[in-house]
Design a protein around this ligand. Structure first.
Ligand code: TMP
Length: 254
């Protein structure tokens, strides 16, 4: 097999040059990190599940006109996406108090917010992804005011859509992180949802019991981490009968 050119490797994903110009292959790994990479581990089968869940959620979002970079899933661990210029921001949308919001303001986990909050963080691991204001974003030239307005509007649409989708499967969407990129269609530039939408970057709790599903279990050193990822896929109806088969193997082919 021809060796592919690697563009980037992060904790959870590797990006390769795609088969056609303007495309990228996203490879999902089982590696996980939290607390700004202080804590590291492997969640068996996570990459396979996140590949499926992100495919499912981005496809559903495309159905309602939310623009994304997703093209198609290629195999168990890989998907083809459009190449975009990533806006260097992590955008966090919160519906319920948890995580760093609870810590910062000394609030109890689980308190519903009167209105959803959109926060911006600068994507920079070395600096610990500092929170930034619109003033920083425009002054540093990371995005224009118009782009920020579009990012906020899209983030809130994504939140409304995902909240409704998850609650229909008995899951409460507490908060999530998304990234956006610029995509050129000829002379036209558009902002599209990029990266992934999966239990790695969505805080998901069981709507009835408040049980933590997804990455919270890893962050907090709880048991049944891999099972929680599978449970999210099962509830979304995308876990094939008998599971995904062998999802534990070393499958990174370059
Ligand atoms: P936080 O409460 O730790 O700020 O996280 C808010 C949401 O953003 C939570 O769903 C996890 C997600 N997130 C990421 O996906 N990547 C990150 O680097 C951080 C800090 C948060």
């Amino acid at each position: 097999m021809a060796r592919r050119r690697q563009l980037y490797e992060g904790t959870a994903k590797v990006l390769f040059e795609g088969p056609e110009p303007g495309t990228v292959v996203q490879h999902f790994k089982d590696d996980a990190s939290s607390d700004n990479k202080q804590k590291r581990g492997v969640i068996t089968g996570k990459g396979v599940i996140n590949n499926r869940i992100s495919e499912y959620l981005m496809t559903r979002m495309t159905d309602v006109g939310i623009p994304t970079h997703f093209v198609r899933r290629l195999n168990m661990r890989e998907q083809l996406v459009r190449e975009v210029e990533i806006i260097p921001l992590d955008i966090v949308v919160r519906n319920v108090v948890a995580g760093s919001l609870a810590r910062r303001f000394g609030l109890p986990d689980g308190q519903r917010l009167e209105r959803s909050i959109v926060e911006f963080y600068h994507k920079n691991d070395e600096l610990g992804n500092p929170m930034v204001l619109e003033e920083h974003i425009t002054a540093f030239g990371w995005a224009t005011h118009q782009e920020i307005d579009e990012v906020i509007a899209l983030s809130l649409r994504i939140n409304d859509f995902l909240y409704g989708l998850f609650i229909g499967h008995g899951i409460r969407l507490i908060d999530f992180k998304v990234e956006f990129g610029r995509l050129w269609d000829g002379e036209q530039q558009r902002i599209v949802l990029a990266d992934e939408v999966s239990p790695d970057n969505c805080r998901l709790w069981d709507a009835e019991t408040g049980d933590k599903l997804g990455k919270d279990r890893f962050r907090e050193g709880m048991d049944r981490v891999a099972e929680a990822y599978q449970e999210v896929a099962r509830r979304l109806g995308i876990l094939p009968e008998g599971g995904f088969g062998d999802i534990s193997g070393p499958t990174l082919v370059q």
